[in-house]
Design a protein around this ligand. Structure first.
Ligand SMILES: Nc1ncnc2c1ncn2[C@@H]1O[C@H](COP(=O)(O)OP(=O)(O)OP(=O)(O)O)[C@@H](O)[C@H]1O
Ligand SMILES: [Mg+2]
Length: 233
């Protein structure tokens, strides 16, 4: 059943990247369901297909075959414009490489998704400042990404993902390259978001980070190796 209780349902999705004569099978016939409000971690070796899967769930990429359903709706039936609309309103994406724009300051970077989402200027400013305060960057608003630390860039990327108040947060290695203390702070932020009812899906190499989730999907060679349920749902 693809009821609205499930935020994502994947049915046999594959993703093949074609580079000249070479085909890379990044995902092979992957199927799963993710409940609304779930806290899910995805683990697996480098190159196993984790980011590819996150990009597909984030409506930034489409499977080569198979179907992904978002809240019961098959995303292959949606146009690129409709996918962009979903991205702007429902989903907050924290990229593995942050993707902050270098020529904009932190405040402008965080305001950007709100601009795309059509939020009026005064509210945009207020909301961007609010999320930046929540991640502890209220005194770095006018710094550019190159003028803050790696951990602060990560927090700015998280603020940007949260600015449009998405119900689904997708985070690709949100604590990668962070010191232990900053990583802990970031995880507290995700725990809090999940307690407020947001669906959290994160990729991590760290067992301690994955332990925050209620379920862990292990991916290997583009396939689900096994799923570990950590607490009774
Ligand atoms: N845009 C692309 N074009 C071609 N091949 C790609 C592309 N993106 C990823 N790949 C390949 O697809 C496979 C899966 O990549 P993916 O980025 O999903 O791995 P990952 O599990 O996120 O790895 P990591 O833990 O290192 O981030 C890899 O073999 C990678 O080289
Ligand atoms: Mg990756």
């Amino acid at each position: 059943m693809n009821g609205a209780k499930q935020v994502f349902v994947a049915k046999g999705i594959s993703r093949i990247y074609t580079m000249g004569d070479v085909k890379v099978h990044a995902l092979r016939n992957v199927s799963f369901g993710i409940e609304t409000g779930e806290y899910l971690a995805i683990m697996g070796p480098s190159g196993s297909g984790k980011s590819t899967l996150m990009h597909i769930m984030g409506c930034l990429d489409r499977p080569s075959s198979g179907s992904l359903y978002l809240k019961g709706e098959p995303i292959d039936s949606l146009s690129d414009a409709e996918l962009a609309e979903i991205r702007n309103t429902e989903i907050g994406f924290v990229f593995q490489s942050f993707n902050l724009l270098p020529n904009m300051n932190i405040l402008e970077n965080v305001e950007l998704p709100l601009l795309y989402g059509g939020v009026p200027a005064p509210e945009r400013l207020a909301r961007a400042k609010q999320v930046l305060k929540a991640v502890g960057l209220q005194d770095r608003l006018h710094h550019r990404p190159s003028e803050i630390s790696g951990g602060q860039r990560q927090r700015a990327a998280i603020a940007r993902a949260l600015a449009n108040r998405p119900s689904i947060v997708l985070a690709d290695e949100p604590t990668g390259n962070l010191d232990t203390a900053t990583g802990k702070e970031i995880m507290e932020l995700f725990d809090e978001l999940n307690l407020r009812g947001n669906t959290i899906i994160l990729v991590t190499h760290e067992r301690e980070v994955a332990d925050h989730a209620s379920r862990i999907i292990y991916i290997k060679d583009g396939q689900i190796e096994y799923i570990e349920k950590r607490v009774e749902v």
